[in-house]
Design a protein around this ligand. Structure first.
Ligand SMILES: [Zn+2]
Length: 89
């Protein structure tokens, strides 16, 4: 297996944020959601793992409050950028 743990985390945060009330006015089509995820991932370090054990260890390490706050900030920035130019690629 080859998994980017950062990608997993970013995807779940983006989906959670876009389902919430805070971003109701933003487009939620698949294209925009994928654009938000890819824009966020381009500004965040990737963390690839090859085993389930490695994945769990990295996930544990990255799942701290400070780390999630920092990732959240990047994602919120991306939501606003894509919100200004929706459905583009
Ligand atoms: Zn859209």
């Amino acid at each position: 297996m080859l998994t980017n743990v950062m990608e997993e985390i970013v995807k779940s945060i983006v989906i959670m944020l876009m389902r919430g009330t805070e971003y109701q006015t933003f487009c939620k089509c698949e294209q925009c959601e994928m654009d938000i995820i890819s824009l966020s991932l381009n500004t965040l370090p990737s963390h690839y793992v090859t085993t389930e054990k490695g994945r769990n260890a990295v996930f544990e390490r990255m799942n701290s409050k400070e780390n999630l706050e920092w990732i959240n900030k990047r994602i919120i920035h991306s939501i606003h950028v894509i919100g200004k130019y929706p459905h583009r690629n």
